[in-house]
Each structure stands twice: as C-alpha cells, then as structure tokens.
Design a protein around this ligand. Structure first.
Ligand code: ADP
Length: 383
C-alpha cells in the first residue's frame, strides 16, 4: 500500500489507482498541487483494501491492473455499502464504446481515455467532487427535516392528547347533568337542582369555549407572513389594551397602573395580534394576584429594543416550574394555582406572538412574592 503524506481532514481525499508508476506519480503530483489529499494504489487488491479502510471522496481507477482489473474493482466497490457511494472515474487506454459503456454500467460516473489532458482530468474531478458535496448537503438537510418533522409530530400528538383530555372533562360534566335533568320531574324540590345543573353546564361550556379560543389562537400563530405590521405609539397602544381591565382589577381590589416612559416609543407590530400578548399577561397577573395586590405595566426603551414589563405582587411561580412555563398546557401545580381556572395555553400564545415579531418573552418570579414577565420587542431603526 502506498500513500502520500501531509493530508488534512478538510481536503477532499482521492484514491488514484494505476499500475504504471510514471502515470500514477504524474496524476498524484497534479492532484496534490491542486489542493487535494491523495492516496495511491498500484493494483486492484490494494485499491480495494484502501477504499475499505477510510472514506474517499473520489476514486480514479485504471482498468488494466496486474491482479484484478478495474471493472472488477468497481463492481466490488459498488457491491459494498461502505464504498458504494464513492464516485469512480475510470481512466483507461481502452477507448472503444464497449469498454466505456461497461464502465458506466458498473456504476462509474465518468470515463477518461489515455493519454489524458491533465487539465481535463482536473476539471472532471472538480465537477464530480462538487456533485458529491451537494449530495452530502442534501442528505444532511433531509436528516434535519426528518428530525424536525419527528419533533413536530410528537408536539402535535401531545397537543391533541392534552386538548382532548381538557375538552373531555367539561363535556362529561355537561353530559352527566343533561342525563340527570332528563329524569328530573320539575317539582318544587327539583327546581334547586335544575338551577345548580344549569350553572355547572354554563361553567363547563365557558371552560370549553376558552380552550377552543386559545387553541384557535395558537393555530393562527403558524405563519409569520400573515402579520399586518403597522407603526404604533406603544404607550397609547398599552393604554388601549389596559382599558378593559381596570373594572376587573377594581372588582378584585387590585391596583393596575401603566407607567409610561419619558419619551415616545414607536413600535412596528401587528396590533390585533400583539394585543393578545398584553391581554394574556395582564389577565394572568389579575388572575394570579390576590386582593390588595399591585400590577404595573412598564415600557423601557433601549437603543435597539423596548422591554415591556408586566409586574405583579401575586402568587409567584416555583423556580422548578420556570423552564416549562411557556409550554402549551403547562400549569403550575400548587393548590393555590390549581384553584384558578385556566387552559395552560396563554403563555405559549404570548411566546409565539413575541417570536413572530422577532422578540422574546422572559419571566422572573419567586413563589409568594410575585412575577415579572418581560416582552423584548426589537425596534426597527428609522431609515
Ligand atoms: P393559564 O390559562 O393556566 O393561566 P398560561 O399559559 O397563561 O395558562 O399560564 C401557565 C401557568 O403559569 C398558569 O397556569 C399559572 O400557573 C402560571 N402563571 C402564569 N402567569 C402567572 C402569574 N402572573 N403569576 C403566577 N403564576 C402565573
């Protein structure tokens, strides 16, 4: 076995096979000078042994060899899964069509006849190496796609599982009450039960309606291309978003305040969609903050982004739950949190919308001390 020294891993590696030392050294010299890594073999057995011992990017194969001929070497290379994909270029003194066609039949990608022009050999080598590189890229991209689809499929299955679970519970409650109502006799005694049943059916229906609305919201998040971006004064926008929340906060004895920054901030947002971010964060702050608490909405502009903060003095979130908080259907599992109705979809909607706008959402929280949700929104530089 013969080999050339000084190979580096980034170079394309070529196996040159020829039984005439003068030819072999001429070919090898020009390939090395062109920046390729080269290994040499002077017979078929040594060529096969080398091809199986390391991955080559290309094989230049003479047909007339002292032991097994180049056609047989090619046949064996193509029969072995390990070497099957390495392109083989035949180099031969046989220029008749029959031999050329036999070379292609056996899986050769090209056929060069001797005496050859060195420049032509180099051009053909470069061409086939480009094809090899492109094929590897396609294989890598396909594998990436496969992994992505697998992940999306798992997410979809989990989503369906959770959604059906959360829809089935209220459905069973509705069905249970409907069955009982059917047999109720509408006497004075049953009247109280009828009211109770109607109330429970209403509660379950509300729960299902909330879940369906959130699921639809999440499904609409899909395409970023659908964003209807307009320039919006952030503080006016936040004031509009908060308007509907003051009576609810008041009713729960919570103080809700908007703290505007000193300067105007203009953001490029899809107003309708971004409103869902503020809605979800503020309604969570109201839901998870007991009476007497304070909710502050702030905006802090920076050079290239603005931080919108929704801060509350509520239940807070246990540290171990923070990494999963933005997952669809995730809900904190403390008795205080579980007492409060929710779908576990609001924060995944917030995250999806923030990301569609090129931003992100962060949370800082401590159990029992309150939470701060920060939406980071990039500011588009004015031209
Ligand atoms: P949900 O519909 O359950 O409120 P979200 O996705 O909006 O769903 O929130 C996920 C979970 O994160 C909630 O169930 C709640 O436990 C917790 N959470 C969200 N916001 C707050 C907050 N401001 N304070 C305390 N816990 C919160």
């Amino acid at each position: 076995m013969m080999s050339s020294a000084g190979e580096d891993n980034n170079k394309d590696l070529i196996l040159a096979v020829d039984d005439t030392p003068a030819n072999l050294h001429l070919l090898t010299g020009i390939l090395l000078a062109s920046g390729y890594g080269v290994r040499m073999a002077e017979d078929g057995t040594s060529a096969l042994a080398q091809a199986r011992s390391m991955p080559f990017d290309l094989i230049l194969l003479d047909i007339q060899l002292p032991d097994i001929d180049g056609f047989e070497v090619c046949r064996q290379l193509k029969a072995d899964p390990q070497t099957r994909d390495t392109p083989v270029i035949f180099i031969s003194a046989f220029s008749d069509t029959e031999n050329v066609l036999r070379g292609f039949d056996l899986g050769g990608v090209d056929y060069i006849t001797k005496p050859f022009q060195l420049k032509e050999v180099l051009a053909r080598v470069a061409n086939h190496l480009t094809i090899v590189r492109q094929r590897k890229q396609i294989v890598a991209l396909r594998e990436q796609d496969r992994q992505r689809y697998e992940m999306l499929d798992q997410m979809k299955n989990r989503f369906i599982q959770m959604a059906t679970h959360d829809l089935r519970n209220p459905l069973n409650i509705i069905l249970g009450y409907a069955v009982m109502l059917e047999t109720a006799e509408c006497t004075e005694n049953d009247l109280e039960f009828v009211h109770e049943a109607a109330g429970e059916i209403q509660k379950s229906t509300e729960k299902m309606r909330g879940l369906v609305a959130d699921m639809l919201d999440l499904a609409r998040m899909e395409a970023r291309a659908n964003l209807q971006l307009t320039s919006v004064d952030l503080i006016q926008f936040l004031a509009r978003c908060l308007k509907g929340f003051y009576p609810i906060a008041n009713q729960k004895q919570l103080e809700l305040i908007l703290c505007p920054p000193a300067e105007d901030v203009i953001v490029l947002i899809d107003e309708g969609r971004f409103e869902r971010v503020i809605d979800n964060l503020v309604s969570n702050a109201i839901k998870y903050t007991p009476a007497g608490g304070l909710i502050e909405v702030n905006a802090f502009p920076n050079q290239d982004h603005v931080e919108i903060k929704v801060k509350d003095t509520g239940l807070g979130i246990p540290e171990e739950d923070l990494p999963r908080l933005f997952e669809a259907f995730f809900r904190v599992n403390t008795p205080e949190h579980q007492k409060i109705e929710g779908t576990g979809l609001g924060l995944s909607i917030v995250k999806a919308i923030a990301e569609q706008h090129g931003g992100k959402v962060l949370v800082e929280s401590e159990s029992g001390m309150g939470s701060t949700f920060t939406v980071i929104l990039p500011l588009i530089p004015l031209a």
